[in-house]
Design a binder for this molecule. Structure first.
Ligand SMILES: CSC[C@H]1O[C@H](OP(=O)(O)O)[C@H](O)[C@@H]1O
Ligand SMILES: Nc1ncnc2[nH]cnc12
Length: 306
């Protein structure tokens, strides 16, 4: 399978679907012409090798290229705090991904979001600590916008695919992203409820911020697995995994249904041009090392060095 350079106009015009699998989703199904690709990045190693292949598309269109990575690694070896989010997103970018679907297990902070329901989260509150949040730094400064952290058009398609596959879908919702790995205290859980949040997880950030910097459209399909501890019963990994396992076939069907309806060209489902007005550093002062490290992410918005 030939892959154009991800920064080339040809690659940026062609829609490529990325899927980052969460707890319980370590493989996807139905891929044709499958390859496993192990990558290195300037930010270290991703969580595992990427599975790359083709998923069928409706309407006589050629299949869509799809790239899958389990964010905790196969066998679930990585804590949320141990995930190298920068390497994971950089790897997706290297493989030409333009649209990244995050699959995530979350706790519910609302009575009306029951275990087994799907939430297409569209806002996040960052309660992580000490995670690398950006590709930038070291002499090249950029500030991307995060007012709308997920891509609305892509998220609508994800919601449509989930509903078509029979899920009970909540379109929109605020996700608290905590550091973990311990689940919340009851006081924290009640505090997050008082903030109006809908669900709680441990991984959507900094993933969404890095996807934005990489100009990859991002959407989350969050599977509610439990009622966090505000609901009186403690959260247990056993309960979370039981719900994920009961819904793993649903998650895979949502991915296939989403892929089937995707257009061929990014013009029909544009990704964010997030870096167009985000860099602030005087191009003449950018260190060569920073230019090299950020070439794939920001090379297209930087004037060439003299
Ligand atoms: C196994 S319960 C806690 C664990 O599950 C979620 O992972 P992911 O978002 O990758 O599905 C949550 O964020 C925690 O990492
Ligand atoms: N209650 C919860 N808190 C944080 N992350 C979760 N993932 C699944 N359930 C969770």
């Amino acid at each position: 399978m030939s892959t154009p350079h991800p920064a080339s106009p040809e690659a940026r015009d062609r829609l490529v679907l990325g899927v980052v699998g969460g707890s319980g989703l370590y493989e996807i199904e139905g891929l044709q012409e499958v390859e496993q690709i192990a990558l290195e990045t300037p930010f270290g190693r991703p969580s595992d090798s990427y599975t790359v292949g083709l998923l069928p598309r409706d309407g006589g269109l050629p299949p869509v290229r799809a790239v899958f990575l389990p964010r905790h690694g196969r066998g679930h070896l990585l804590l949320p705090s141990e995930i190298n989010f920068r390497a994971n997103v950089h790897g997706f970018k290297q493989l030409g991904v333009t649209h990244l679907l995050s699959v995530s297990a979350v706790g519910s902070l609302r009575e009306d979001i029951a275990p087994g329901d799907v939430v297409i989260a569209d806002q996040f509150i960052d309660r992580t600590a000490g995670r690398a949040q950006t590709f930038f730094g070291g002499g090249l400064v950029a500030h991307v916008q995060m007012g709308d952290p997920v891509d609305p058009g892509f998220s609508r398609r994800v919601a449509g695919a989930a509903a078509a596959e029979g899920a009970r879908v909540h379109e929109g919702g605020t996700c608290i992203v905590m550091e973990g790995p311990a689940f919340s205290t009851r006081a924290e859980s009640n505090l997050y409820r008082s903030w109006g949040a809908h669900v709680i997880g441990m991984t959507a950030l900094p993933e969404a911020k890095l996807a934005r910097e990489a100009e990859i459209a991002y959407a989350v399909v969050a599977l509610a697995t439990d009622y966090d501890c505000w609901h009186e019963v403690e959260v247990s990994v056993e309960a979370v995994i039981a719900v994920v396992k009961a819904n793993v076939a649903l998650s895979r069907r949502i991915i296939r249904r989403l892929a089937a309806g995707l257009p061929e060209a990014t013009a029909e489902l544009p990704y964010p041009r997030a870096l167009q007005f985000a860099t602030i550093t005087d191009p003449a002062r950018i260190p060569a090392e920073a230019r090299r490290r950020l070439d794939l992410i920001a090379g297209h918005v930087l004037p060439p060095s003299e």
